[in-house]
Design a protein around this ligand. Structure first.
Ligand code: PMP
Length: 409
């Protein structure tokens, strides 16, 4: 299905800005997405007319702010089809959400000899918290390998599962390879040995959406800033029975029922996981971002990503010396394309592309274990979102051809 979303570009003020003499070919949405005017205006309007701290005041502004904050929770719940808004914990972003699960669930339930299964393609946000918890609890980490075509090796996963595996934590879409593992099969296999499943949805949710009820996982984490919303807010969704098994990771105001001199009791779920003043204006931005995405339709967002990815893969294949690290076709992958050009350093590539208005990221993309496995210290990475066009891909390819000529690859 081809969908034309080019009319949406006008909603994004950043595209009025030129980069030097060139149009703004922004190809770094996997790091953070641009924001439509609807999100910017919703936050601005709220800050000007309704702002106050939440959950404390009996006065009108605070009641309104509390209602707006809780509306964001309900909106996030409906976006992912959660059974109840109480299953939605609002937090700083995917990193905080994954730390909450690792420390709050893992720290409580893991014992020496237990195993935590990760994959080789995890972002550091789904690696380091588990390393910390493994060190604290005596649990062991193992990593599911990839196939030669950069898909998750499901057979290896099944072989690695046994009764000692208590957690399987996997990315919903790799921020380096674009790989989209079949989460339903991962969840089914993990649940067959009684393991809890954690999905790092930082890339998956913005691009394909997610229905947490059909997905079947126990926890899903994602960030608003990668899906048209502001920085500083994200979601940890958990099944209610799992959230009930989780200890708060942070203590402070708002998360308590009572505080004595020597102990405290917790507020109800989800508030016990939201210590301190929450991101209130950002919650309003999250609501507006999810409204915008639903208006466009996540099926259309996914189809548009697929079209751009297919086009980019075929155009990149025309350039000798380009190596793409990721599945070779759009099957089982999303719109994140990592590549190298001969032995040109990815930072040099990014600089040359920038001179033509093309923004790509270069580096290890917070996935050092994966980069070591790929045998490269760094790649350049182009990533797409609903405002990108075929012209953006053409500008990328033109820039790479120029770099190839310059460096004589
Ligand atoms: N997981 C993946 C796959 C990501 O791409 C990112 C962001 N680069 C994160 C986790 C962390 O997200 P955040 O920085 O918003 O907490």
């Amino acid at each position: 299905m081809n969908v034309d979303l080019s009319h949406l570009r006008k909603d994004f003020p950043i595209f009025e800005r030129r980069i030097g003499d060139h149009p703004n070919h922004f190809l770094d949405s996997a790091a953070s997405s641009q924001k439509p005017i609807q999100v910017l205006e919703a936050m601005d309007r709220f800050a000007r007319t309704n702002y106050a701290n939440v959950h404390r005041g009996a006065y009108r502004l605070s009641v309104e702010a509390t209602e707006a904050y809780e509306a964001a929770r309900r909106r996030a719940a409906s976006f992912i089809d959660a059974s109840s808004p109480d299953e939605v914990v609002l937090c700083r972003g995917a990193t905080t959400a994954l730390n909450m699960v690792a420390h709050g669930w893992g720290g409580e339930h893991l014992r020496p000899g237990d195993r935590i299964l990760l994959t080789l393609m995890e972002h550091h946000a789904n690696v380091v918290p588990w390393q910390m918890v493994a060190r604290r609890t005596g649990a062991r980490l193992d990593h599911v390998p990839l196939t030669d075509e950069y898909h998750l090796d499901l057979e290896a996963l099944e072989r690695m599962l046994d009764d000692d595996v208590k957690v399987v934590a996997v990315t919903g879409m790799s921020n380096v390879l674009g790989t989209i593992p079949p989460i339903d099969r991962v969840v089914e296999a993990a649940h067959s040995v009684g393991a809890v499943t954690v999905v790092d949805g930082a890339q998956l949710v913005p691009h394909l959406g997610v229905n947490v009820r059909t997905l079947g996982a126990d926890f899903v984490a994602f960030s608003a800033h990668k899906m048209l919303g502001p920085t500083g807010i994200g979601v940890l969704w958990g099944k209610m029975e799992r959230l009930e098994e989780m200890e708060p990771f942070e203590g402070g105001g708002e998360m308590i029922s009572d505080v004595q001199l020597h102990h405290a009791t917790w507020a109800a779920i989800p508030h016990r996981f939201e210590a301190g003043t929450p991101p209130i204006i950002e919650a309003v931005g999250l609501t507006a971002a999810l409204d915008y995405l639903d208006e466009v339709g996540m099926d259309n967002v996914a189809a548009h990503d697929r079209e751009l990815t297919a086009y980019a893969l075929s155009r990149l294949a025309e350039i000798p010396d380009v190596t793409v690290y990721g599945p070779p076709t759009v099957e089982g992958r999303g719109g994140v394309i990592s590549f190298t050009l001969g032995d040109v350093h990815p930072h040099d590539l990014a600089t040359i592309l920038d001179e033509r208005g093309v923004s790509v990221r270069a580096g290890h993309h917070c996935a050092k274990p994966l980069m070591r496995n790929l045998g490269v210290p760094a790649t350049a990475r182009a990533s797409f979102y609903l405002y990108n066009t075929l012209e953006d891909v053409d500008a990328l390819v033109d820039g790479l051809e120029r770099a190839a000529a310059l460096f004589g690859t």
